[in-house]
Design a protein around this ligand. Structure first.
Ligand SMILES: Cc1cc2nc3c(=O)[nH]c(=O)nc-3n(C[C@H](O)[C@H](O)[C@H](O)COP(=O)(O)O)c2cc1C
Length: 442
């Protein structure tokens, strides 16, 4: 089936190494990539070569991961990483996550708008409410209820957008002859005061080539949907199967309609992890190697796998290089609480060893596709043609060679199948995403 519509791609930049906690130890990886800004720049340049619409950085202001053996989950600072990327790339969009709960709207407006101007209109803000109690503690705060977090988020985004629009489009006259730098009649305060936040404004930054940054959202529940429907042009989500992706996509589209918007102006971008090999076995070997470098995590992973299929599995009681004994498997059932469980059970019933079930990524946070470039493209095609997603946030297992393999081997297949564009449609992130120009609040 050919499609006119093209999928959009975001490359998730994960603290320089890739998503797997042991990727920092893989041969070829720079073990200090965390502090080496060049690693982010190189990934972004490679993604730009593959015409990705954007790079995307998830971020929570905490020390993520057990650093005794794992690399950090988040970069040192997302905005500074993107600043470096902005200077070394020309087209690709730059999206960072910053919390509406732990930042003043004025600071958010200023940082994102400045980067948007510096990058000539390529920036997006993933506005999240951050429920993590450790993040609250880092700001000397107690965790807030979901209701409060989302009430704050509405205020935050409204103030940020008003500040972005506070400098009218024709305000920057730069009239050297007449001696007028800017027309102060077109630079106005916003005078917004809410329950949690306020700002007088104006912001001291002119419009960018795309007016102002694009808003993204990632969060749960009805409140999350309302926030997305009200303001977001993109939603990052982690559906585990096509059905739930389709439901989530329908829900955000309907939410946009409830707020008087065109449902095509909001894009669902689903995350998945890829491991590429020239055969499926080679891709799985890559994942087995990652697992062997994280051997201290195996006991917990085995226990977790057991919980997913209703069995008490333990490394002390069994050999993980063997399949789960048939007698035990008769009692197995997929946990109704965990959408990943049916696949875990399916692989167990096929007689795979416990190690190999785990190598398939059944307990990863995102779906994992381990296989040939064609298998990765098949997965993406199936989800896209089922109208389950507008695009993907692709998450490399190991960044240093994974991103290159994706761009050189998967992208041409997607293009060949007519699923993905051949080149950028424009210059700005809004143009890449096909979402309308916006200046100030909607
Ligand atoms: C797909 C997805 C990605 C998220 N990414 C981040 C992130 O990068 N940083 C962050 O602080 N919170 C992130 N969140 C968490 C939300 O901000 C929120 O804390 C979480 O969804 C739980 O609260 P909620 O269900 O009330 O939204 C993400 C949530 C989802 C669903």
């Amino acid at each position: 089936m050919k499609t006119e519509k093209k999928m959009q791609l975001a490359l998730q930049l994960v603290s320089g190494y890739g998503v797997e906690s042991s990727a920092w130890r893989m041969p070829g990886t720079d073990p200090a990539a965390y502090t080496n800004t060049d690693s982010y720049v190189e990934m972004a340049k490679m993604a730009e070569k593959g015409k990705f619409q954007m790079v995307f950085i998830a971020d929570t202001p905490v020390l993520g991961g057990d650093l005794r053996r794992q690399s950090p989950t988040f970069p040192m600072d997302p905005m500074l990483a993107l600043m470096a990327v902005a200077r070394e790339t020309e087209r690709i969009g730059l999206v960072a996550t910053l919390s509406t709960t732990f930042n003043y709207p004025y600071n958010l407006a200023r940082q994102f708008k400045a980067l948007d101007v510096i990058s000539h209109g390529r920036v997006g803000w993933n506005a999240v409410t951050t429920s993590n109690p450790a993040a609250a503690a880092n700001f000397g705060a107690q965790p807030l209820s979901r209701k409060e977090r989302y009430a704050m988020a509405h205020e935050s985004i409204q103030i940020v957008q008003a500040l972005w629009g506070s400098w009218e489009e024709g305000a920057w006259t730069l009239d050297v002859e007449g001696g007028q730098f800017a027309d102060m009649d077109k630079i106005k305060p916003i005078n917004l005061q809410g329950h949690y936040h306020g700002s007088r404004g104006p912001l001291a930054i002119p419009p960018s080539e795309q007016g102002q940054p694009v808003i993204f959202q990632a969060g749960g529940g009805y409140e999350g949907l309302e926030l997305a429907g009200s303001y977001a042009s993109g939603v990052y989500a982690n559906p585990y199967d096509i059905e739930s992706a389709r439901e989530q996509r329908q829900a955000i589209r309907q939410s946009a309609v409830r707020f008087g918007r065109n449902p095509d102006d909001i894009k669902l971008i689903a995350g998945f992890i890829f491991s590429i090999g020239s055969t499926e076995e080679e891709a799985l070997d890559r994942r087995r190697q990652l697992m062997s470098l994280a051997s201290d995590e195996i006991p917990d992973r085995v226990r977790y796998l057991g919980a997913m299929i209703g069995l008490a599995l333990s490394v002390d009681a069994m050999d993980i290089n063997e399949p789960i004994p048939t007698e035990m498997l008769k009692r197995a059932y997929p946990s109704p609480q965990d959408p990943r469980s049916p696949r875990a059970l399916e692989l167990a019933l096929k007689g795979l060893s416990i190690r190999d079930i785990l190598a398939h990524g059944v307990i990863n946070y995102h779906p994992v596709v381990a296989g040939t470039p064609t298998q990765v493209a098949d997965f993406m095609e199936e989800w896209f043609l089922a109208e389950a997603v507008d695009g993907f946030s692709v998450v490399p297992d190991i960044a240093f060679d994974g991103v290159e393999d994706f761009v050189n081997l998967v992208v041409p297949i997607l293009q060949e199948r007519g699923l993905y564009h051949e080149d950028y449609e424009g210059e700005t992130l809004r143009e890449h995403m096909g979402v309308p120009y916006q200046y100030g609040p909607l």
